[in-house]
Design a binder for this molecule. Structure first.
Ligand SMILES: Nc1nc2c(c(=O)[nH]1)N[C@H]1C(S)=C(S)[C@@H](COP(=O)(O)O)O[C@H]1N2
Ligand SMILES: [Mo]
Length: 552
């Protein structure tokens, strides 16, 4: 005679077995590039939820993290996604545990083991298929090894349920038969032991995984403001010229952001937890016509062939459409690639082609009109940042730059370009964001340098500074006002290029007390920055940036 464990105990066992399973998967990813199932699984699930529900949840949690001042927006967003992806599998694991126990409860002892192992195997196969189909996290070649790893882990996990059940449902022995309370104590003891083992394995596993974290090769920026001569470079890289405004006499106010963002600090936003890893040796860029019944490859380029074209380079500021006023999702670095217009000359496009659809290895996509490419030589297929191959998380081996548009229009990790006879909505447009996504003019106060008071004649001045940016449209004027007095014109540093932000500075003859500072900018053609407040969705944030500071 046995006492059957309740399905809720099954749920508990599910949790205790799934936690170390996830830790093992994490170690596998960090140590060997095996698939990170939580993200492989999370991406398609997120895409299946209606109306960007999950994205909204991520955004809300992210806002909370930021309101609590817990760090950068891009990192916060990735951490929230990471937690949700892990949490999703963990919850599924709990449900699976309950189901396992329900199944065991209905069957006889000899079949438990078989049920557990086969159940685990089945779940593992489904998970492996999802990972192979949608996953981009694995770097192991051939990919089937990653699939097998998942199947093996889940099979052991399924067996674990049968083993735990068997242990919990142990028939009453001479020692335990006397009272059911003895059996309860035994059960409790087993669960406590299992819990302790699970916790230890999980913590040690997660810690080990974090230790093993295969550091991405981050390249220190080779250019500083006082950068002197261009740096010499390792093979395959190019020299980054010092910024053109090196001699500009206007020095940024102390505390102003660096005019060039070190690549290691460049913001990162994309839909993948683990960025796709692409093998340069096998990567090609095919142009595929979707304009007849059958797909037709019109041209195909290797990376070397793309690099063989005359390179074009520019310092470029890029911003995410999700950047709040004065947010940190905006950065500037030195981009190098081939002019897309030039490359297109060597693609035999059908006459009625109008758009190209750029597809990323992560499943992201956006379209760009051929007119845009043909009318602006600056549209670039970029392969270097800061003179070095793009980092994995920034789109290796190839991404596009389209002046004047938010990052959401500019796919990274391009693996395929489809030639279309009509426009299509891209990944974020389908999710309700602005179709055009032209950047909005913005200006930001980085610093009110209260500790760097300067004396000019008999005046004491506090340097105030920051940046202003209007995509490729240029900035003609920046104005600052204090406590809603008159707007005062700030001085501008020459921008490094026609697409970078402009560093401004205003030396304020200060008065002690509590003050409010505001900034606004005017585009090159005289268009003023939009002053009315709007959030980031759907077209990018607008509104005036203000800061408070107490002087004295
Ligand atoms: N393939 C792909 N490309 C992408 C994205 C993405 O999720 N997948 N995100 C876009 C968005 S929203 C932005 S803001 C920029 C950010 O580029 P970065 O991470 O290199 O700064 O990449 C764009 N290109
Ligand atoms: Mo973005």
């Amino acid at each position: 005679m046995i006492r059957k464990p309740h399905v809720l105990i099954g749920a508990l066992v599910g949790a205790l077995l799934t936690a170390p399973l996830l830790a093992l998967i994490f170690i596998g990813q960090q140590a060997a590039g095996l698939p990170f199932l939580p993200s492989d699984f999370f991406n398609p699930v997120r895409d299946l939820t209606p109306g960007g529900l999950i994205t909204t949840v991520i955004d809300s949690v992210k806002s909370i993290i930021l309101a609590l001042n817990l760090g950068r927006v891009d990192t916060a967003a990735k951490n929230v996604e990471f937690a949700m992806a892990i949490g999703l599998l963990f919850i599924l694991g709990i449900v699976a545990g309950a189901i396992f126990f329900a199944l065991f409860n209905r069957s006889e002892r000899p079949t438990w083991l078989r049920t557990g192992v086969i159940g685990g195997l089945l779940v593992g196969v489904v998970m492996a298929l999802v990972s192979l189909q949608f996953g981009i996290s694995s770097t192991v070649d051939p990919r089937i090894i990653g699939g097998l790893w998942i199947v093996v882990l889940f099979t052991i996990w399924g067996w674990g349920h049968a083993w735990a059940y068997n242990r919990l449902a142990a028939p009453m022995t001479a020692a335990t038969a006397t009272t059911s309370s003895v059996q309860s104590v035994d059960r409790r003891q087993f669960l406590i032991t299992l819990g302790a083992a699970s916790a230890t394995l999980t913590v040690v596993g997660a810690g080990l995984g974090a230790l093993l974290r295969r550091g991405e090769t981050t390249s220190p920026t080779s250019v500083a403001l006082d950068g002197g001569a261009a740096q010499s470079s390792a093979s395959g890289n190019i020299d980054v010229p010092p910024p053109s405004n090196l001699d500009d006499p206007l020095m940024p106010a102390p505390g102003t952001r660096p005019e060039i963002t070190p690549v290691a600090e460049h913001y990162r936003i994309d839909i993948s937890l683990v960025p796709p890893s692409i093998d340069e040796a096998t990567w090609t860029l095919p142009f595929v016509s979707k304009m007849s019944d059958q797909d037709e490859t019109l041209a195909e380029f290797t990376l070397d062939e793309i690099k063989a074209y005359d390179p074009t380079s520019a310092y470029i500021t890029m911003s995410c459409i999700s950047n709040d006023v004065a947010g940190d999702l905006i950065s500037t670095t030195y981009w190098t690639g081939v002019s897309f217009k030039r490359l297109l000359e060597d693609v035999p496009l059908p006459d009625n082609a109008t758009h190209l659809k750029l597809i990323g290895a992560d499943g992201f996509d956006e379209t760009v009109a051929l007119d845009v490419i043909r009318s602006d030589e600056r549209v670039m297929l970029a392969y270097y940042w800061d003179g070095k191959p793009l980092e994995q998380k920034h789109g290796f081996p190839l991404r596009i730059h389209i002046p004047d548009h938010y990052g959401m229009k500019q796919p990274k990790w391009i693996i395929r370009i489809e030639v279309l006879a009509a426009d299509e909505d891209g990944y974020w447009v389908r999710r309700g964001w602005d179709k055009e996504a032209r950047v909005r003019a913005t200006s930001v106060i980085d610093t009110v340098a209260v500790n760097d008071v300067i004396t000019e004649g008999d005046q004491q001045l506090i340097p105030i500074g920051g940046m202003a940016w209007a995509g490729a449209r240029g900035i003609s004027k920046v104005e600052v006002r204090v406590d809603e007095a008159e707007w005062q014109e700030a001085r501008l540093r020459a921008p490094i290029s026609d697409r970078t932000w402009v560093i401004w500075r205003y030396d304020w003859p200060f008065a002690e007390g509590d003050h409010r500072f505001e900034v606004r900018c005017i585009e090159a053609d005289g268009t003023p920055q939009i002053e009315s407040v709007a959030g980031v969705r759907p077209s990018g944030a607008t509104g005036i940036h203000s800061v408070r500071e107490t002087i004295g």
